[in-house]
Design a protein around this ligand. Structure first.
Ligand code: CO
Length: 135
């Protein structure tokens, strides 16, 4: 088994601050990390839940992946992050197994992680992100 944890659930939100405020009110959740990932056209706020996170995602432009998702589906669950110890090795294994990949190579994610997205067609329609923790 190469997955070590559910790293996070990524939720698309049209208004990041409203989503943060809701989670604070409802659960007492506090933001432990904020980041804007320009390459992905997204601003995020991470709420820690045990050893995992809720990743709230607001697009910074309409033509970004999360922007297009919001336009098509409205707010809601966007992807699930599966934690792995070695993102490159996990990608190589999936490729060898014929699993559809979105990212052919690992790339930088938020908070210093290394990530790669895997195609939803081989995951029952769920967009999956492989997440390797910073060393
Ligand atoms: Co994510």
């Amino acid at each position: 088994m190469i997955l070590t944890a559910i790293d996070h659930v990524g939720v698309a939100a049209p208004d990041l601050e409203e989503a943060v405020a809701h989670h604070r009110r409802a659960y007492g959740a506090e933001v432990v990390h904020r980041e804007e990932v320009a390459a992905d056209g997204v601003r995020e706020a991470l709420l820690q839940v045990g050893d995992s996170y809720i990743q709230l995602l607001e697009p910074t432009r309409e033509d970004s992946p999360v922007g297009r998702f919001l336009a098509r589906n409205g707010p809601g669950l966007h992807h699930v992050g599966y934690r792995v110890t070695d993102c490159a090795a996990a990608l190589a294994r999936l490729r060898a197994e014929g699993v559809g990949l979105i990212d052919e190579q690992p790339r930088p994610g938020s908070r210093g992680t290394t990530v790669a997205f895997v195609h939803p067609k081989d995951h029952l329609g769920t967009l999956v992100e492989l997440v390797e923790e910073p060393r």
